[in-house]
Every structure is written in structure tokens, then in C-alpha cells.
Design a protein around this ligand. Structure first.
Ligand code: GH3
Ligand code: MG
Ligand code: MG
Length: 300
């Protein structure tokens, strides 16, 4: 029975050595994988060593008492000043473990967590934004448009869209070069941001195509925004390259109606209006409302 008690110490030692060895092997093979877990491993290593020291001490002591080792060891290790040694080691290890956990691991774990949250935010922004203009890209615009469409369906609040296309942009690139073309794209994105309210959603949805989604705006209000947009582009264009670079935009405007199947139908209707604006001369705004009014006037 006593021998069994002595052997238990050695069993505990072998378990701890196995745990410690496995952790060390994992760490040596994948050191970069661990992050702040390294500090937790250090804590575990210290605790393991403390356990091994204590159990080796008492393993040898009781082993000698029950005939596993020479009896002289009992006298040596049984000396009171030595018996206290494993306990002192315990206290020191406990203090180091607490210091590591509270003052090193906890702050760096918090730091690592907020860093990874920032990385995720950065990646999300990168996936949603167009690199050249900083406006939303088409994919993200459609996600937001879908949400606005759902709001429109539920509360039947006004919702309008502007489809904006730069006129003869290919010629601009051909005449002035791609860099000036890019400059014009950035200028249009600035106009997008200036012309819109905070709750409006602006995006670059194609090469030289932009969209502005206007929640809480009916077609008449959207037409006002569109006209202002055209004017701002003209004004910008007259200020650059001594007025040589003539940049204008055509804009198609449409508003959501209950009979539409989804935001795609709204975009399609605005695309139709944009097509009309292009056909009748560019540098202008067109909407189905205007078209209906024109037809009405012609019929009178
Ligand atoms: P329209 O008035 O009928 O719209 O004529 P357009 O020339 O504007 O239209 P088209 O579709 O023929 O040409 C679009 C041009 O936009 C062609 C392409 O070179 C240019 N473009 C697309 N993306 C970029 C870009 O990122 N930078 C620059 N500089 N040009 C671009
Ligand atoms: Mg186009
Ligand atoms: Mg164009």
C-alpha cells in the first residue's frame, strides 16, 4: 500500500512529462500559430515544472522510505529545511503564474483581439469599396439596395435611383490619356458625395457608371438631385485643363412602385431612362415621369 503511494508520485511525474513534452513538440513545430497562447503555454510549463519538482522530491523521499532507493536518502530529504523547499518552489511558481496571467497574457490577449477585429473591419471595407474612387462597388451597392428595397416594400416609403454615365468617356481617355480619365472618375465620385445626403447610397457600378440610391425621395425630388448633379459636373469640367476637357454625364432617374418585382426592376427602369437621355443628346437627365408628361402634353 505504501509502495503504491510512492509509485503514484512517479505516475504523476510521467503524466506531466508527457503533457509537457507534447506541448513543447507542438510549439516547436508551429511557433507562429500560437499568438498569445504562447503565454498560456509558459504558464502551463511553469506549473508542470513545479509539479515535477514536487513529485520527484516526494517520489524519491517516499521511494527511499519504502525500499525503492537507499534509506540514507530519507534522512537527507526528510530534513525540515529541505522538506519546505518544494513548497517554496510552489509559492514562487504561483506568483510567476499570476504575474504572467494578469499582467502579460490578459493585456496582450485584449490587444490581439482588437487587432484582429480591426483586420476584419479593414477586409470588409476592402471588399465593399471601389479602389479608385472609394465609393461602394456594385456588389455592395446591390446588397444595400436590396435592404432599401425591403424597407420600401414594408413601409411603402419613397425610393428613387439615379443611374449616371459619363458621356463619350472613351474619347476622353483617347484624347487625354487614362490618367486624366481616372481623374475625371474621381471627380465624379466627389460630385456623388457632395450631391447626396448622408442617408443616400453612392456607388461606382461599372467602368464609368455610377448609381445613387435615394431613400425617402420621390421622382420629383430625385430629378432635382440629378439636375444639380449634371450642373456640378459641368462646373468641375470647366475648371480643369482650361476647359479643354469637357466632361458631362447623362442620368436616368426612376422611382420604386409597388408593381415592381425588386430593386433590379428599379435599376432597369432607370437604365431605360438613361438610354433615353443618351439618345436625345447626352448631358441631361431623363425619367419615365418626364416621358409620361411629354406624352401627355403632346396628346393635348
Ligand atoms: P457613351 O456616351 O455612350 O456612354 O460613350 P462612352 O464612350 O462613355 O461609353 P463606352 O462604353 O463606349 O466607353 C466607356 C469607356 O470607359 C471605355 C473604357 O476605356 C473607360 N473606362 C472604364 N473603366 C475605366 C477606368 O477605370 N479608368 C479609365 N480611365 N477609363 C475607364
Ligand atoms: Mg457606360
Ligand atoms: Mg459612357
Amino acid at each position: 500500500m505504501n509502495l503504491a503511494a510512492a509509485l503514484i508520485y512517479w505516475l504523476i511525474i510521467s503524466i506531466w512529462v508527457a503533457v509537457f513534452g507534447t506541448l513543447l513538440t507542438f510549439y516547436i513545430r508551429n511557433p507562429r500559430l500560437f499568438g498569445t497562447t504562447r503565454l498560456l503555454l509558459a504558464v502551463l510549463a511553469i506549473d508542470t515544472l513545479r509539479n515535477i519538482v514536487e513529485n520527484v522530491y516526494f517520489g524519491v523521499y517516499f521511494g527511499a522510505q519504502y525500499g525503492l532507493f537507499p534509506p540514507s536518502i530519507v534522512v537527507k530529504l526528510g530534513a525540515p529545511y529541505l522538506l519546505i523547499l518544494p513548497k517554496v518552489v510552489n509559492v514562487i511558481a504561483g506568483c510567476v503564474v499570476l504575474w504572467l496571467l494578469l499582467l502579460r497574457w490578459l493585456p496582450s490577449a485584449v490587444r490581439e483581439h482588437s487587432r484582429s477585429e480591426q483586420t476584419v473591419d479593414g477586409l470588409k471595407t476592402l471588399a465593399a469599396v471601389d479602389g479608385l474612387t472609394g465609393l461602394y462597388n456594385r456588389r455592395h451597392f446591390e446588397t444595400l439596395a436590396q435592404a432599401e428595397w425591403a424597407r420600401f416594400r414594408r413601409y411603402l416609403r419613397p425610393l428613387s435611383i439615379l443611374m449616371i454615365d459619363i458621356d463619350y468617356f472613351k474619347t476622353v481617355n483617347d484624347r487625354f490619356g487614362h490618367d486624366i480619365g481616372d481623374l475625371a472618375l474621381k471627380a465624379i465620385s466627389t460630385v456623388c458625395n457632395s450631391a447626396k445626403r448622408d442617408s443616400d447610397i453612392a456607388a461606382r457600378i461599372g467602368g464609368e457608371e455610377f448609381a445613387l440610391l435615394l431613400p425617402e425621395a420621390n421622382e420629383a425630388a430625385a430629378l432635382v438631385v440629378a439636375e444639380r448633379f449634371c450642373k456640378m459636373v459641368r462646373e468641375w469640367s470647366s475648371r480643369v485643363q482650361d476647359g479643354e476637357l469637357r466632361i458631362t454625364v447623362s442620368i436616368g432617374v426612376a422611382s420604386a412602385t409597388a408593381s415592381m418585382s425588386g430593386y433590379e426592376a428599379l435599376m432597369k427602369k432607370a437604365d431605360g431612362a438613361l438610354y433615353i437621355a443618351k439618345r436625345v443628346g447626352r448631358d441631361r437627365v431623363a425619367s419615365t415621369l418626364q416621358l409620361m408628361e411629354a406624352i401627355g402634353t403632346a396628346a393635348e
